[in-house]
Design a protein around this ligand. Structure first.
Ligand code: GAP
Length: 454
């Protein structure tokens, strides 16, 4: 089903998943806050990633490094030098554009990533590329726009106090690679995973939570010997797809695997594959898997003047490990999950919106209803009992049909109703979100029944 982004955004807001950031002050462009249900899904998603990529993987460790790092980290990583975009302004209508994107939109076969500003300016003039807004060709010179948020640490705002909000979590891992390896007495191969906020002063944020200036990343840096013959790239590429398909239940028809061609590769990458999701606004990057070689460790070794080599206990050789990096944004993954889950269905008396979320991500696993007011106390008691083992919610307002719709709209897989037979027969009615079928279940069997269904 092709969904409309406006409808999805309105639904997520109305149901308490995602709100516009700073809304009571008119909002802050492209910032989004996660409401009670969105926060719940986000926490579950991060826990699933951590479980799969860190805790349950025999090779890996976890880390939680700072957002603000010594600025030398960004000199070493190349972010201070390379992490900026070439911007031009239209003198006529005052709109601002990325020069490289203006060219690539007209000439999609070109990859202008490595071009100098002069080359970009000359090409725009020669090919008479116009301002997409006013259709004139009257551009300023290109200015480089830094993508890292800059601030000052301490009371004095001078050059020496300049620090940056990290634009990726990866560099915190590289900077602590040696400590992790030593403290945990790890032998290669091993990986370090991290989840945390990253910040990029994106020029073209948008498409809801697809590209924002503040976001969270889940990154794994996997270190291995350059002489290791095992294909760790394929291994992680497969692991990512297994996680998407088997854990998050993302349908294979909804994403594709795209290999970067040589011209497209980032300066540090030996190989990169993107998993792209078919979002309603077009296909876009969801998850990147990059072979970074020893680029990062060798840069940090150079800039820190610390020995970051690994002494191989088998060969007695010293070398810098190679790195495979699977990196994904939490919000971009949530958007994919929401896009797949959002379903409009015709039902007997109209239409229903159902969030067909996988059971391991739903905000609530089970909702408890009384059929009538007189059963409120019994429903409350059952709700409190279920809370011990399940993520449960109690709903006593509106009629039963409305309550089912409300739970469908937030993805609750099972609804349990205290009905007319509960007191005498000791049974309840359990209704399934997807099939809408109802069955009678003995109260004594309820916990087992719910456990097998969830
Ligand atoms: N350490 C490598 C790295 O950061 P990236 O391709 O720039 O590589 C990795 O980012 C992932 O982070 C992307 O695949 C995407 O899921 C997410 N991401 C990047 N920029 C983002 C943004 N502005 N908003 C939301 N997610 C973003």
């Amino acid at each position: 089903m092709k969904i409309e982004m406006e409808k999805l955004i309105a639904h997520l807001k109305a149901q308490g998943f995602i709100f516009q950031g700073s809304e009571i002050y008119g909002g802050l462009a492209n910032s989004w806050d996660y409401g009670p249900l969105g926060a719940e899904i986000k926490a579950k998603l991060k826990k699933l990633w951590w479980g799969f990529f860190v805790k349950k993987n025999p090779h890996n460790l976890g880390l939680d490094s700072s957002i603000i790092l010594n600025s030398k980290v960004w000199e070493a990583s190349g972010h201070l030098r390379n992490f900026n975009d070439p911007l031009i302004d239209c003198k006529e209508c005052k709109s601002r554009w990325r020069a490289d994107k203006l060219i690539e939109e007209k000439f999609p076969e070109l990859n202008v990533g490595g071009w100098t500003n002069q080359q970009l300016e000359e090409f725009i003039t020669a090919k008479k590329i116009l301002c997409p807004k006013c259709q004139k060709q009257s551009f300023t010179n290109i200015r480089q726009f830094a993508l890292m948020f800059k601030t000052n640490q301490g009371v004095v705002e001078d050059e020496g106090s300049v620090v940056y909000l990290r634009p990726e979590t990866a560099q915190g891992i590289f900077a602590q690679y040696k400590n992790c390896q030593r403290a945990m007495r790890k032998k290669l191969p091993f990986g370090i995973g991290q989840i945390g906020k990253s910040f990029r002063n994106e020029i073209t944020p948008g498409n809801f939570i697809f590209r924002t200036r503040e976001f969270e990343q889940m990154e794994l840096e996997f270190f291995f010997a350059p002489s290791d013959n095992f294909d760790w790239f394929e291994y992680w590429l497969n692991q990512v797809q297994t996680f998407l398909k088997d854990v998050l239940k993302i349908h294979p028809n909804n994403f594709l695997v795209r290999e970067h061609n040589k011209e497209e590769l980032a300066h540090y990458a030996k190989r990169t594959v993107d998993i792209e999701f078919k979002y309603p606004f077009g296909t876009g990057e969801l998850w990147g898997i990059a072979h970074r070689g020893d680029f990062d460790l060798s840069q940090h070794q150079k800039f820190s003047a610390q020995d970051l080599t690994y002494l191989d206990p088998n060969t007695n050789e010293r070398y810098l490990p190679y790195v495979i990096e699977p990196s994904v944004g939490v919000e971009r993954l949530m958007l994919a999950i929401f896009c797949q889950a959002y379903t409009e269905e015709a039902v007997e008396n109209g239409e229903r919106v159902v969030m067909k979320l996988p059971n391991n991500l739903v905000p609530y696993q089970v909702a408890v209803f009384p059929l009538q007011k007189q059963q409120n106390a019994a429903a409350e008691q059952l709700y409190e009992e279920l809370l011990v083992d399940f993520d449960a919610v109690l709903d006593v307002t509106g009629n039963i049909g409305k309550r089912y719709r409300r739970q469908d709209a937030i993805g609750t897989p099972l609804c349990v109703t205290i009905d007319f037979d509960t007191e005498t027969e000791k049974t309840v009615t359990v209704r399934d979100r997807d099939t809408m079928k109802q069955v009678k279940v003995a109260l004594s069997e309820l916990k087992n029944y719910l456990t097998t269904k969830l």
